[in-house]
Ligand binder design. Structure first.
Ligand code: SF4
Ligand code: SF4
Length: 186
């Protein structure tokens, strides 16, 4: 099997990391959405099993909160559903689909895969109930291509964050958003 079974596990109870480019795309296609309401800066526990992997692709961002510097990873802000699960703000529990499927963040597009150090595609996350069939060469090739493109996007994101982290001290949240929406070149 190689198809997503729409179990929704990947959209619940785990942080959804995002890049500036993801925010620009969401803003472009959903201009009425208040971006500041759906993003957050969060910490990842030191013993998180994917911390090394997260650190490779996602730089820490600095912002000012109540005159204090807060540093962490940029992600989508969870909402709490009736069962008390933390779910992505774009997860549609009625249809078990993503409300922004065509414009979902990079991490959701490549999930549940990543490239290992030798450039091979590996299945990344036991939360996904769909075991990957690596004997499907064509599909594996597609995924490898997507992951390589993603690597370039992460490199651009790191440069953007580096620029932002040099100026964050004098900026408020609105200016943070303005910076993200305007900084298209990394
Ligand atoms: S953006 Fe869509 S695919 Fe990604 S976690 Fe949210 S609901 Fe799931
Ligand atoms: S956890 Fe895997 S099977 Fe379930 S919705 Fe996510 S990608 Fe699909």
């Amino acid at each position: 099997m190689n198809e997503c079974r729409r179990c929704g596990n990947c959209c619940k109870n785990q942080s959804v990391l995002i890049t500036f480019r993801d925010i620009r795309e969401i803003h472009e296609y959903y201009p009425d959405l208040n971006i500041l309401n759906i993003i957050t800066i969060f910490e990842v526990p030191r013993d998180h099993k994917y911390l090394t992997c997260i650190n490779q692709n996602y730089p820490k961002i600095r912002i000012m909160e109540h005159n204090q510097m807060v540093q962490g990873f940029l992600g989508l802000k969870f909402v709490i559903n009736k069962e008390g699960n933390l779910i992505c703000p774009f997860y549609n529990e009625t249809t078990s689909l993503c409300n922004i499927h065509l414009h979902k963040p990079l991490i959701c597009r490549v999930y549940p895969h990543r490239l290992d150090d030798s450039g091979d595609v590996v299945w990344n996350d036991a939360k996904c109930i769909e075991p990957w069939n690596f004997s499907n060469k064509l599909k594996t090739k597609e995924i490898r291509f997507e992951l390589r493109c993603a690597k370039e996007s992460y490199a651009i994101f790191s440069r953007e964050v580096e620029k932002w982290n040099k100026i964050y001290e004098k900026k408020n949240h609105d200016e943070f958003l303005k910076f993200i929406l305007e900084d298209k070149n990394g």
